[in-house]
Design a binder for this molecule. Structure first.
Ligand code: 3HC
Length: 341
């Protein structure tokens, strides 16, 4: 009986079939989305093999790859001082730290690869100037005290931002962040200890510490990203449990933690508007120069060109290492295939 209703015109049949499958696709997409939203609401981890909305995948890829690039470009300002560290102890610490940053880049590229982009694609985006990395690494390291400021302030800010990322809804990113944060904690402490040594040293050393501090203070406050009102991604990434604390709240936490540390070091903070607000129990800083931040982000900071050029040269000069690793992997795969018969 039902068969009487079937239209046998081939074109009609094809159209009806397509419409049914689009309808079915919409229904199954809605079911998948509802289940994804429920898992986010339950604070469950999303894993690489799980279904996820395309926009969730895209924003994670954006954030994790930018983060990976930041770690790798972040090796350059400090790497500049490895040959000039003032003692063997300081050189060993700095070498270990810079090497850690390279390792962080590798964990993060691996986490990003689980989302479907290759490392080569991500690196091309960086080297062609299409991908962002943290604004902070476009400032120069003019004296040895800059190495202390990077550890104490930049790694201190990085920890503030990255500890909440250990609870990120995407499993591979969250797990990478746990290991990274442990290492960042050592980085921050070595930087503070370096600054303490300078601040307890000669007049010249104290002056060097103060001068470096003056240059890093504002760029570090900018590092947390634009004010919440101008942050294009925050609302969505917080709904998805990627970002857990907003840019402004993290900046505030950093300010509250760091002002007493600067006071302990005997450094004066280069902000005449800085004050402690008794009613809120928080430090309040003066206005941040956001034009400077956007200029640096858009490629016109003090060292943007130098940083990218250095990375490009390293990439070109490292081509033989990639080729050798690939040839070795092919050889191993061939031997394994032969052994399996
Ligand atoms: N530098 C460069 N670009 C920045 C930036 C910064 N400090 N802060 C924000 N931006 C960019 C964003 O990437 C975004 O651009 P896009 O749309 O092209 O991607 C735009 O400005 C608007 O900012 P939003 O606030 O909307 O962006 P997010 O919500 O992604 O927040 C973030 C920015 C807080 C940096 C966030 O992406 C994040 O937490 N990322 C992970 C941590 C990270 O990458 N840290 C970088 C430092 S790593 C480091 O310091 C290494 C350590 O070893 C020292």
């Amino acid at each position: 009986m039902y068969t009487q209703a079937i239209d046998t015109d081939p074109q009609f049949v094809a159209t009806q079939g397509a419409m049914r499958s689009v309808g079915a696709t919409h229904a199954s997409h809605d079911r998948l989305l509802a289940s994804f939203d429920q898992r986010i609401a339950n604070d469950e981890k999303i894993e690489a093999q799980d279904w996820m909305p395309a926009a969730y995948r895209k924003t994670l890829l954006r954030q994790i790859s930018q983060h990976a690039h930041s770690e790798v470009v972040g090796m350059l300002p400090e790497g500049n001082w490895i040959t000039r560290a003032p003692s063997l102890r300081r050189k060993a610490i700095l070498l270990a730290k810079v090497q850690d940053e390279g390792g962080h880049g590798l964990y993060l590229y691996s986490a990003a690869e689980t989302l479907g982009s290759s490392r080569a694609e991500m690196l091309d985006a960086l080297l062609e100037g299409r991908a962002k990395y943290s604004s902070i690494f476009n400032y120069p390291t003019l004296t040895w005290a800059d190495v202390g400021c990077i550890g104490w302030l930049v790694d201190g800010a990085a920890i503030m931002n990255q500890v909440p990322l250990c609870r990120c809804s995407y499993g591979p990113y969250a797990r990478a962040m746990i290991r990274i944060c442990k290492e960042e904690s050592f980085h921050q402490r070595q930087g503070f200890e370096l600054m303490l040594a300078l601040c307890q040293g000669s007049e010249g050393q104290k002056q060097m510490a103060q001068e470096a501090f003056n240059r890093w203070w504002w760029p570090v406050l900018m590092m947390f990203g634009p004010p919440d009102a101008d942050s294009v991604h925050s609302t969505q990434t917080m709904q998805w449990g990627i970002k857990r604390i907003s840019n402004d709240n993290l900046r505030q936490q950093f300010l509250d933690a760091t002002v007493p540390q600067a006071q302990l070091l005997g450094l004066s903070i280069p902000d005449s508007d800085l004050r402690y607000d008794d009613s809120s129990g928080h430090w309040q800083c003066g206005p941040i120069q956001w034009e400077e931040f956007w200029r640096v982000v858009q490629g016109d900071g003090p060292c943007n060109r130098e940083r990218l050029n250095t990375r490009r040269i390293a990439h070109e000069e490292g081509a033989w290492v990639r080729e050798a690793a690939q040839a070795y992997a092919l050889k191993q795969a061939g031997q394994q295939a032969q052994a399996l018969g």
